[in-house]
Design a protein around this ligand. Structure first.
Ligand code: IDP
Ligand code: MG
Length: 143
């Protein structure tokens, strides 16, 4: 069973889209197994986005993701990474189809409403940054 780390980003939390976005992912059959609201500090933000540390947008991205609280979640399911990335749409909301989370709610390439892990390996690394083992409730989904 695969897992993905989802972050509902500040732009979406501020606009009251948390429930809507979680509901879309649950509606795809993914199981919510962990959930927490937190205000990232710079150190955690830099660790989470470490692969982008050489990019020109890195400092802006860290400032943005630490600007206000986020909601982090772990979803579990078959092909959870691919299923959630498809539901999110591409990074740039202006290129994202209607019906995708970024297409419907993203404001611009930075404030694109949601993060989702890009591979199962990345997910394991990211989940460890945000959740301890006893905060993850792996379980069978009830009807
Ligand atoms: P992803 O979130 O679709 O995986 P990444 O390339 O991993 O996209 O970038 C991480 C995050 O960095 C994006 O979700 C977005 O918030 C921000 N970002 C990516 N590219 C740019 C850019 O060109 N300008 C500003 N921010 C960007
Ligand atoms: Mg990425």
């Amino acid at each position: 069973m695969e897992r993905s780390l989802i972050i509902i980003k500040p732009d979406a939390v501020e606009r009251g889209l948390t429930g809507t976005i979680l509901s879309r992912l649950e509606g795809l059959g993914l199981k919510l197994v962990a959930l927490k609201m937190l205000h990232l500090d710079k150190m955690l933000a830099r660790q989470h986005y470490a692969v982008h540390k050489e990019k020109p947008f890195f400092d802006d991205l860290v400032n943005y993701i630490t600007s206000a609280p986020v909601v982090t979640a772990v979803f579990e399911g078959e092909r959870a990474v691919e299923v959630s990335r498809e539901a999110m749409g591409p990074t740039d909301p202006s290129r994202a189809a209607a019906g995708t989370i970024r297409g419907d709610f993203g404001l611009d390439i930075q404030r694109n409403s949601i993060h989702g892990s890009d591979s199962a390996e990345t997910a394991e690394r990211e989940i460890k940054l945000f959740f301890s083992q006893d905060e993850i409730f792996s379980r069978r989904r009830e009807k």
